[in-house]
Design a protein around this ligand. Structure first.
Ligand code: NDP
Length: 333
């Protein structure tokens, strides 16, 4: 910001993403800095205080969290909790008069997502979703190639995201905390990629869930699924998401060529190519770019580019995918 003042952010939920990505990225940001933490694990407090010079008055737990309303150091609350807790903490943060960044998926249902948008609107505060790839130069290039029709109109997108889930006891495999399996966790990036690479909003979806190869591990959520989105121009997107194997790809076939990013949805290591040759693009710190971008929108009082409404569009697609699966396929034998 021009006056040199940074916004202060409090991270809510000091798990893997907050610890290994967000807090280190907040050492690189220009418009926002880490000032507060909200945690249910007391042993994490001294470690974070020491490492990030966090003052005692800026440390909260889930019971004391609402008192953040009185804390002038904190402008933004960043919700990095398991998915089913996103709505509650976003709404509580808005009621406390804070801007909110909430991780993806924004919620576990369209209904919750809408309630979050309404709460932030009512509070006159911004809501941004943790869609770091909207600030990643490889994904911005995919959007540009579509927007400028460099290779003509897009006809097909293939977008898939999955990884091999380790710990069988993690919250990601418990429906009550995750709201769903790989679709909620990483399939949402394939939905995002399809939407911004086609450059349209989908009209309809068909989806399939596959028999579980590890039924004991995936008692509560899907192991793998695929879906096809149909867009107004006639473009289609085909996607796969899984907790059984690594897959990570965004590909567009257009009238006069193709463009793609491999290792598309990771924090780094993107490899971009088009039918004319490699994308010569520098990698950046996505998390720093995302938080700086959102912070600048807050400072300038302009809309951010990853608002709650963007999160809600994905929640609608996710609900439609689960509904299509529930409607079922036809058994052959
Ligand atoms: P972790 O399991 O590593 O951390 C979640 C943290 O939430 C815990 O460490 C804990 O923090 C807190 N928590 C509070 N209640 C519970 C509970 N009942 N069970 C488990 N944890 C609880 O998850 P991640 O950091 O990987 O994911 C957090 C969120 O961030 C998810 O919504 C995920 O989708 C999203 N995410 C986004 C990424 C991106 O690239 N944008 C990447 C990774 C995750 P404490 O001990 O401090 O209370």
């Amino acid at each position: 910001p021009s006056d040199g003042k940074k916004l202060g952010v409090a991270l809510v939920g000091l798990g893997g993403y907050a610890t290994n990505q967000l807090a280190p990225a907040l050492m690189l940001t220009r418009n926002i800095e880490l000032r507060g933490i909200v945690t249910g694990t007391p042993s994490k407090i001294p470690v974070w205080k020491e490492k990030y010079k966090i003052q005692d008055k800026n440390v909260y737990n889930y019971e004391t969290f609402d008192r953040i309303a009185d804390n002038k150091d904190i402008d933004v609350v960043y919700v990095v909790l398991p998915n089913s807790m996103h709505a509650e903490y976003t709404i509580r943060a808005a009621k406390a008069g804070k801007h909110v960044i909430c991780e993806k998926p924004m919620a576990v249902s369209v209904k919750e997502g809408q309630a979050m948008i309404d709460a932030c609107k009512q509070a006159g505060k911004q809501l941004a979703i943790g869609y770091r790839l909207h600030y990643d130069p490889f994904h911005l290039e995919m959007m540009r190639l579509t927007r400028e029709k460099t290779f003509g109109a897009v006809k097909l997108v293939e977008a898939s995201d999955g990884f091999r889930a380790g710990d069988p006891n993690q919250w990601r495999l418990k429906h009550a905390l995750s709201g769903g399996g790989p679709l909620m966790d990483v399939g949402i990036y394939a939905i995002q990629g399809a939407r911004y690479t086609v450059g349209e909003e989908p009209l309809a979806v068909t989806a399939q869930e596959f028999p579980k190869t590890m039924p004991e591990k995936f008692k509560d959520v899907e192991e793998s699924l695929s879906w096809q989105l149909y867009f107004p121009s006639g473009a289609i997107a085909h996607s796969f998401s899984t907790y059984a194997a690594g897959v990570n790809r965004l590909y567009a076939a257009a009238e006069k060529g193709w463009y793609e990013v491999n290792n598309a949805f990771g924090y780094s290591g993107q490899v971009g190519r088009t039918s004319k040759g490699p994308m010569e693009i520098q990698h950046i710190n996505q998390q720093a770019a995302h938080m700086d971008g959102v912070a600048l929108s807050i400072i300038n009082n302009t809309p951010n580019i990853v608002p709650g409404e963007e999160g809600l569009r994905d929640m609608k697609v996710i609900e439609a995918i689960y509904a299509s699966i529930a409607a079922g396929g036809k058994k052959i034998q």
